[in-house]
Design a protein around this ligand. Sequence first.
Ligand code: BGC
Length: 394
Amino acid sequence: MRPVASLVTALSAASVVAAAPPLPVPGPAPPKDVNPFQGKTHFVDPAWTAKLDQTYAAFKQQGDKVNAERVRKIQKSMSTFVWVSRMSELSNIDNAIKAARQARLRTGKKQIVGLVLYNLPDRDCSAGESAGELKSSEKGLERYKKEFLKPYAEKVAAAPDLDFAIVLEPDSLGNLVTNMGIEFCAQAAPVYREGIANAIASLQFPHVHLYMDAAHGGWLGWNDNLPLAAKEFATVVSLSNNITAFGAKGPGPKKTNKIRGFATNVSNYNPFNALVRENYTEWSNSWDESHYASSLAPFLEAEGLPAHFIVDQGRVHLPGARKEWGEWCNVAPAGFGPAPTTTTNNTVVDSLVWIKPGGESDGQCGFPGAPRAGAWHDEYVQMLVQNADPSVYA
Ligand code: BGC
């Protein structure tokens, strides 16, 4: 006997067919909510892969052929973001554009280039390891707009044949949500807001997809912080609507600036899908980055912001590596995380990406012998190779 449920389904399916609307009339397509990573190759940065030659040589010297070959595989296909962390690094954009165009010619595949925009005045106001070159007390905000944002925007605007995913100012707004007790952060707050609002206003191009930094699950993912974070992001996006690109404030034509979404876990170590729920995550619903994205999404939507994410999996700690969630500096043991992919099994997540290039230090902390932030640390990257997620070598 057929179960009743299928009979009901069959009947309702029939009535749906009978009531089908007339065929749609051709016309302008409604604006689409497209994942910018879909159908494109995540750009592989030759400036980063070249650094791994040293790692290859080190494994060879140790007689470790298996890991040496793994390094070669990473060099061939793993995409990392290109950081522009000071004025003198603006040329990193030119180099990335040149290399991405060559890759497209060579492979025939469209490229999406990941960039990080990271040079706010009074940068890294709480941790300090990545304090930047600009100070608000020395006209830093003016210089940021004119000497950093303007050329940054001009360079990407001149390459409409490529797509760019740009992460805006890691850690900055997270500090505004939770670190207002630190005087330097409190002082930096209006500077950060105005700086990021200017970055958003300056980078409004159809081939440029902006992801504001949303820290990580262990920082803004707690129930109390989620609504505060969403409000802070909304404040900055709406501030950007009153800004004419390149810094000149003015009433300007009424416009609504667009961002694609949010970047999480930048330079942190949280897994996207945790195998083990660590004790330090306690009652948090954001106990891995997939859960964090899902927890933050409704708060973003309530503020009228797009709930789309990219998640840094450049380095992921191994289960049990940290005693506290707050450990962020050259954490060990860790490995390269899952390879960049748009297959995320979470509809709010556009892509897993490698934003922090593995091997570049977080600062002189954590792992013994770690050099200053950004400097190469081969011993550390050898560990990342040995502990990498299997998808990296698949
Ligand atoms: C450093 C930057 C560097 C970036 C990527 C940051 O911690 O401050 O100088 O470009 O990491 O490695």
